[in-house]
Design a protein around this ligand. Structure first.
Ligand code: PGA
Length: 249
């Protein structure tokens, strides 16, 4: 059985006190036993504090890291360093990293490899731009982004989940309709099936991201191939985040 996951990507928001308050509010509620895994991706500087504060009600991940083990990479943090402070998950391939920080396929592959070598779980993001959707290129785009995973083994795929995040839906308030999202999630699962076979395909969690909110989460999570969400804006409010978690049973 694949895992259901609701993850909050806080991006570069909240100062120390605000983050601590939000984290405390989030962990004060235990998700039900048949509920999803609750996961938060706070800014890196708070990770060590939150690992200590955590009561086990959530898992903690890093939004970014460098693929090298160590060395002269001023300002960077390695996967091994994240592991050493108790971080469990990493995000790789978020559209903001791909576009604003020029992370190409080669870098993403190195990052996934570094994460796996350090026993971190990966959430690999893919998604098309508005232009690609309007020009009918979105199916090929998502296929090729998922195809990047083909260098990993079925064993390694056990540590990789996928988030489908159409770029036109991120932070815009324009969510993909359940029909649009379901079409893409079906496609991603089929692509995993082609690359790795039925068992891996059935066991890979595929999350939806892009203006997911308490209002639309339930309808999205009803789709058979949507296994939870990667939540940006709505994860900055503990009540909204909890409502989305409750919608994913
Ligand atoms: P959003 O962001 O929920 O604010 O659209 C999602 C994301 O970027 O992961």
């Amino acid at each position: 059985m694949r895992k259901k996951i609701v993850a909050g990507n806080w991006k570069m928001n909240l100062d120390r006190d605000e983050s601590k308050q939000l984290f405390s509010n989030i962990i004060s509620i235990k998700t039900s036993d048949n509920g999803p895994l609750a996961l938060v991706f706070p800014p890196s500087i708070y990770l060590a504090d939150f690992v200590k504060l955590n009561n086990g009600n959530v898992s903690i991940g890093a939004q970014n890291f460098h693929h090298a083990d160590k060395g002269a990479f001023t300002g960077e943090v390695s996967a091994g360093q994240l592991k050493s402070i108790g971080c469990e998950y990493v995000l790789v391939g978020h559209s903001e990293r791909r576009t604003l920080f020029m992370e190409d396929d080669q870098v993403l592959l190195l990052k996934i490899r570094a994460a796996l070598e350090n026993e971190l779980q990966v959430i690999y993001c893919c998604g098309e731009s508005l232009e690609e959707r309007e020009q009918g290129q979105f199916i090929n785009k998502i296929r090729s982004q998922v195809n990047l995973l083909k260098t990993f083994s079925t064993e390694e795929m056990k540590s990789i989940s996928i988030a489908y995040e159409p770029i036109w839906a991120i932070g815009t308030g324009k969510t993909a309709s359940p029909k649009q999202a379901a079409e893409m999630h079906d496609l991603i699962r089929e692509e995993i099936n082609v690359l790795f076979g039925a068992e891996t395909s059935e066991n890979t969690s595929i999350l939806y991201g892009g203006s997911c909110s308490p209002k639309n989460a339930h309808e999205l999570f009803m789709c058979k191939n949507i296994d939870g969400g990667l939540i940006g804006g709505a994860s900055l409010d503990a009540n909204s985040f909890h409502s989305i978690i409750s919608a994913c049973q």
